[in-house]
Structure formats: structure tokens, C-alpha cells
Design a protein around this ligand. Structure first.
Ligand code: TMP
Length: 214
């Protein structure tokens, strides 16, 4: 197998199908006999899940992008230490629904966080624990928000879902910009296709890049 870190992340706007695809990919890898940990951000460890509730409640929004980013960072440090790194050490795959590219897009591009601060935080929080492969699921935001609302079954939209449509359009562009800068790590997938078709594309990228005989 190719010497890529077995750490795969799914990124994109709201309702793009990241969690569905994380689970479908995990299922395919497990069918090959691999151990797989699926996790998410913000969250993925008890402390980080606690911070997730605070962030998504919108309580920290009033303090600005920097304060919110420090909360995401604190959650990520704990998540890496408690969940991701131990799993990778025992040779498990890790599939994570959102990771650093969400910080780059939401807090960096949309929150106008100083790029130098963003970079410094990445160095401190992630160090060299970069994903081996990242999928950006790309979808028109109108469709993504509609899916997110259907999924929420009447629950109020969270801190980020409740932003205006222009915000979500800019977010889509931000993810595509991020992907264009790192084509070796990031694959963009059309999120408008059916879940099965997307899963096939994801699988073919994973088998090709990691050298799995499919
Ligand atoms: P989700 O689990 O529904 O994707 O919700 C997580 C929300 O948090 C989503 O709106 C994106 C946002 N987020 C950031 O703004 N920055 C980050 O670094 C991460 C991981 C998520």
C-alpha cells in the first residue's frame, strides 16, 4: 500500500453529504478487513464534543472569528490526541467529517481571520498530522441548505447554517480555492450525483491513491 497517512477527511458546505460518504467509505474499507474509525469535527472526543455544543449554539459568535477559531483549535487538539492519533498508531484508518479545511474556509476565508494567525494555529494544532487525502464535496448551496433542513426535521438551524445564502455561496468558492491549491491532497467531487455514484468515485480515488487492489 502507498505510504500515505490513512487519514481521510470530507469537507464542503452544509448538506453536501459528508457524513453519508464517510460512512459509505468506512463500510467499503471494513469489507476489506480494515479497522476504521469514523469521527467528526468539531467533536470526536468527549471534550471536543462539549466544545462543539458551545460553538454551534452561537454563544461564541459575538466574540469574533479569532475567539471561535481558538475554540475549534482547542477541540481539534483534544480530538487529535484522544481519538485520531491513537487510531492511526494502531494502524486503523481514520475518516473524519470536516477538519482543517473547514477552519480555512469558515474562519479564514469567510471570517476574515488573519492568514498569519491561521497558519500559526495550523502549525501548533496540527503540526504534521495532515490528512493523506481530502474530499471536497461540491454542491450549489441552495440544494445543500435544503438537504440540511430536511435532515434537521424542524430543528432550528445552527450557528453556521443560519447565515445568509451569499455566505454559503462564498463558502463554496472558498472550498474550491483551497482544493485548487493542493491538488495532490484534495479531490473535488460533484455532490449533485447520487450517493451511490459519489461513493463509487470516492472509492476509486481511495483505491488508486492508496494502492488498494479493488
Ligand atoms: P456539521 O457537523 O453540521 O458540519 O457542523 C459543523 C459546523 O461547524 C459547520 O457549519 C462548519 C463549522 N466549522 C467551522 O466553522 N470551522 C471548523 O473548523 C469546523 C471543523 C467546523
Amino acid at each position: 500500500m502507498a505510504n500515505l497517512r490513512k487519514f481521510i477527511t470530507f469537507e464542503g458546505g452544509e448538506g453536501t453529504g459528508k457524513s453519508t460518504q464517510s460512512e459509505l467509505l468506512a463500510g467499503r474499507l471494513r469489507a476489506y478487513g480494515y479497522e476504521v474509525v469514523t469521527t467528526r469535527e468539531p467533536g470526536g472526543s468527549p471534550t471536543a464534543e462539549y466544545l462543539r455544543d458551545i460553538i454551534l449554539s452561537g454563544k461564541a459568535k459575538q466574540f469574533g472569528a479569532f475567539a471561535e477559531t481558538t475554540l475549534f483549535s482547542a477541540a481539534r487538539i483534544d480530538h487529535l490526541r484522544e481519538t485520531i492519533e491513537p487510531a492511526l498508531k494502531r494502524d486503523s484508518w481514520v475518516i473524519c467529517d470536516r477538519f482543517l479545511d473547514s477552519t480555512r474556509a469558515y474562519q479564514g476565508a469567510l471570517g476574515n481571520l488573519d492568514p498569519r494567525v491561521l497558519k500559526a494555529l495550523e502549525r501548533v494544532v496540527i503540526g504534521d498530522m495532515m490528512p493523506g487525502l481530502t474530499f471536497v464535496l461540491d454542491l450549489p448551496p441552495e440544494e445543500g441548505l435544503r438537504r440540511a433542513q430536511t435532515r434537521a426535521r424542524g430543528a432550528a438551524p445552527d450557528r453556521f447554517e443560519s447565515e445568509e445564502i451569499d455566505y454559503h455561496k462564498a463558502l463554496r468558492k472558498a472550498f474550491l480555492d483551497i482544493a485548487s491549491k493542493e491538488p495532490d491532497r484534495i479531490a473535488v467531487i460533484d455532490g449533485e450525483a447520487t450517493a451511490d455514484r459519489i461513493a463509487d468515485q470516492v472509492w476509486s480515488e481511495v483505491t488508486r491513491r492508496f494502492g488498494i487492489d479493488a
